[in-house]
Design a binder for this molecule. Structure first.
Ligand SMILES: [Zn+2]
Length: 592
């Protein structure tokens, strides 16, 4: 494999934009270490000048910590085998722990302040950079308990988190991974291999893999049920103790998202289920199946259509696709390309995959790629640059304390870019095979990210409701609920095999309750933004840039409204579902 020193300089990111050299890094590291004493402020946050100073010092240290950390991890990712930069990462780990423990008094002390003091801070222009975080503290106040009770709850922290660890052990260490024969070779069906083999064109392989994999889960079902029930009951306990009306309310409060958004998601996804059923029917027809089973649902209906573009051409294509976002946006993309924001090539030891990372102290974010000339990789460029532009705008227009955006909106800008690129390619290509491939890429993405995650979200909702109402969570009751949902979502064109009723037992995300719905609301927001930009042009782009520039300055639901997406109302959902319907229409029209 290629070594890093064999890669052209213009295809590597320029980390010297963060630190000129390691001496600079070391000097700042020493400097930060000497600034970790916050004890002068402890017990005094009720005094305006103390809190203000404390906040300023907190963010000044954060500024440098982030700079140190991001640099170390970027250099480590250039070659994950490099022991020197792995060493720097370890040093950063312990510095981070020291910092968090030095400032751990802040949130509890602020929460304990009386309402009047907090409200006065929020209204005070001197605190305008911190008003949103103070608002969140005020909101949480009714759910914070007496000092003694909080102490007991925090003692329980490790125990409460144990179910996730136990599931991890079951799922990775104790799981009896089955074996199958593929092309005459014995193959162990690990989690990764399962996903690959379920796409196999050989139906016998898919069926065998599907049955054996789920029967392995079935063999552990009593243990997994007890583990999941423990996890759900822990959530019920904490929600009750903290005086939330439900686990859902507690989880969404953490992201400052209103419960109505969750309910809307379920409601409008249900309304669009006839389109998902149609997607399943299309697939069944394309595969020429008399009876379709759950193990047929992941098989591609169009062969991969690789563009085989070298990076420069791929980048030009991305730029053209994103042209609707305006000249200033494409100029920034060009700057990213020309000025060392992007690390393009795969090299020996380089971290796999792709990501974007930002540093408030640096004028621009960075993107790591492992570009391989596949069509999917072209979309990855657009995707990661979406993250980068969100970070760029938020860092540029927000004060440091409000620059970081929440997970709820984290995949919006990246998906907007993918959808825009896809629309451009569909519009400009008359290669019917490529068009059909792109449409199936799009509808598969909506099936997986929008509908499947919503089905997961609904299952979590049902399980927590059952537990809160005192109904026992048994392997039978959970599997029965899951099977009913699977039938409802995928419809009658596919057999909801017995095995699929155990699917809930293999989803690690369920140990982070009410998380997966964000994937669905994220793609819905992104699709409706892209559709809006196509329909309205400049005014919609201007709205979208306000969102890109908004960081984490308010509730993510409010920030999406800047881009014209109101998740508390029906329009965005309908726009996204309609986009799905149109893609299915188009797909049907193309005959190869
Ligand atoms: Zn992403």
């Amino acid at each position: 494999m290629k070594q890093r020193n064999e890669v052209a300089e213009n295809l590597k990111w320029k980390t010297e934009h963060i630190f000129a050299d390691l001496d600079e890094w070391n000097a700042l590291y020493e400097n930060v270490q000497s600034r970790l004493d916050f004890s002068a402020y402890e017990g005094k946050l009720g005094e305006k000048s103390c809190l203000l100073e404390c906040y300023k010092k907190f963010y000044a240290v954060m500024y440098d910590l982030e700079k140190l950390y991001v640099y170390a991890h970027m250099r480590r990712d250039e070659n994950t085998k490099d022991s020197f930069f792995n060493g720097l990462m370890n040093k950063m780990g312990s510095l981070g722990v020291k910092f968090s423990s030095a400032v751990s008094f802040m949130t509890p002390e602020l929460t304990a302040l009386d309402e009047e003091t907090l409200k006065a801070y929020i209204a005070d222009p001197d605190f305008k950079d911190y008003d949103y975080e103070l608002k969140l503290i005020l909101k949480e106040k009714p759910h914070v308990l007496s000092k003694e009770t909080e102490a007991v709850l925090s003692l329980g922290g490790q125990v409460f988190g144990a179910f996730r660890d136990i599931f991890g052990m079951i799922d990775n260490a104790d799981m009896p991974f089955p074996t199958v024969k593929v092309n005459g070779q014995k193959t162990v069906v690990s989690h990764g291999v399962y996903g690959v083999l379920l796409r196999s064109p050989d139906r016998k392989v898919r069926k065998e893999v599907f049955k054996k994999y789920y029967h392995a889960y079935k063999s552990l079902l009593n243990t997994i049920t007890a583990t999941y029930a423990g996890n759900v009951n822990t959530n019920v306990f904490i929600a009750k103790a903290r005086k939330y009306n439900s686990c859902l309310e507690m989880a969404l409060a953490g992201e400052d998202v209103d419960i109505s958004v969750y309910k809307n998601l379920l409601k409008y996804a249900h309304k669009a289920l006839p389109q998902l059923h149609r997607y399943v029917r299309q697939k069944k027809q394309a595969l020429g199946l008399k009876t379709m089973h759950m193990y047929d649902i992941y098989v591609p209906t169009v062969d991969d259509c690789e563009l085989e573009l070298d990076f420069e051409d791929a980048f030009k294509l991305v730029k053209k696709g994103l042209a609707p976002l305006g000249e200033d946006y494409t100029a920034l993309l060009q700057e990213a390309h020309d000025n060392g924001w992007i690390d393009v090539e795969e090299t020996d030891g380089k971290r796999s995959g792709a990501y974007s990372t930002g540093v408030y102290a640096c004028k621009h974010p960075y993107v790591l790629l492992n570009y391989q000339k596949t069509t999917g990789d072209v979309f990855t460029i657009a995707h990661e640059l979406g993250h980068a532009m969100h970070t760029y705008h938020s860092n540029k227009y927000q004060p440091q304390a409000k620059a970081d955006y929440k997970i709820f909106v984290a995949e919006v800008a990246s998906t907007v870019n993918e959808v825009l690129l896809l629309k451009y390619m569909l519009k400009t290509s008359d290669d019917q095979k490529l068009r059909k491939y792109l449409l199936s890429y799009y509808t598969d993405m909506i099936k997986g990210t929008l509908f499947r995650q919503t089905m997961f979200a609904e299952f979590e909702y049902v399980a927590h409701e059952m537990a809160a109402n005192g109904q026992p969570l048994t392997d039978e009751s959970l599997s029965k609920e899951y099977l009913a949902l699977n039938k409802k979502y995928y419809g009658k064109s596919v057999v909801s095999d017995e095995e699929i009723s155990y699917e809930w037992a293999r989803i690690p995300h369920f140990y982070n309750a009410f998380y997966v719905y964000k994937y669905a609301t994220g793609i819905i927001s992104a699709i409706s933004i892209a559709e809006r930009i196509y329909a309205l042009g400049a005014p919609a782009v201007a709205d979208y840039k306000k969102f890109l520039s908004s960081g984490g300055s308010d509730s993510p639901v409010e920030l999406l409204k800047l881009a014209g997406v109101d998740l508390t109302k029906k329009d965005a959902y309908e726009l996204a579902m309609n986009s799905f319907k149109n893609a299915l229409d188009e797909y049907e029209k193309i005959e190869l």
